[in-house]
Ligand binder design. Sequence first.
Ligand code: UDP
Length: 245
Amino acid sequence: MQDKITILGIPFDNMTRKEFLKQLYLRMEHKEKTFLVTANPEIVMYARNHPSYYNLLMEADYIAPDGIGIVRAARKLDTPIKERVPGFELMMGLLEIANLNQKRVYFIGAHEEVVNQTVKNVGKKWPDIKIVGHRNGYFNHTDPEVINEVRAARPDIIFVAFGFPKQEQWIKTYLEKADHGIAVGVGGSFDVLSGNAKRAPYLVQRFHVEWLYRLLKQPSRYKRMLALPLFIKEIYKQKKKEKAK
Ligand code: UDP
């Protein structure tokens, strides 16, 4: 099995959720700075059209295959990926590890009431986590004061929920200044953890139609969701190119 599977220019780490968590735990123990990205087809397409975001992703220590779209694309290109590693599940795993090892965690992002509720819920479910700070995601993301404040809290894990590309841009600047910590962009996860938004029901997840579920719940997202058919089209193009070689 290959260590990295490149899909439309994005090198995904070919690891199971368990393997990701093991590596992340080791890096946490060694106090190694870690930039973790969980990339879905939307992110891959965005990086394709935005070179500066692409370059940012190239600086990540790990890129996890977030979503069935990536797994299917890998299979189609005859470079199968072990399993899908949803960002939300990686976050749950990291919280579990943090709880077992009394790690320091910082939550930054989402609206004030959402992040407050997230912190409350996390504290109840994982009482041994040291929640060393939280802040909403509506501030000037280039403000160095915020970086100093988060850094001063010395978190082992920082969950950043601004949605892409903002969260990855902030993480890069943060990690340049920090001396340790695992930083990961978690999109709308605080909305789910706080109970403000529900994850798709089990059957929807089981049949991999989360995209349809989201579209029906939030029709305003349709523009962003056009990335998925475009992604599939690009994968077919790529496949054709390889066949012609
Ligand atoms: N968000 C934020 N700051 C911003 C923009 C968004 O904290 O400047 C939060 C937003 O409240 C939500 C999360 O980022 O909790 C994800 O937003 P969105 O649904 O737009 O992104 P996606 O999940 O689609 O990547």
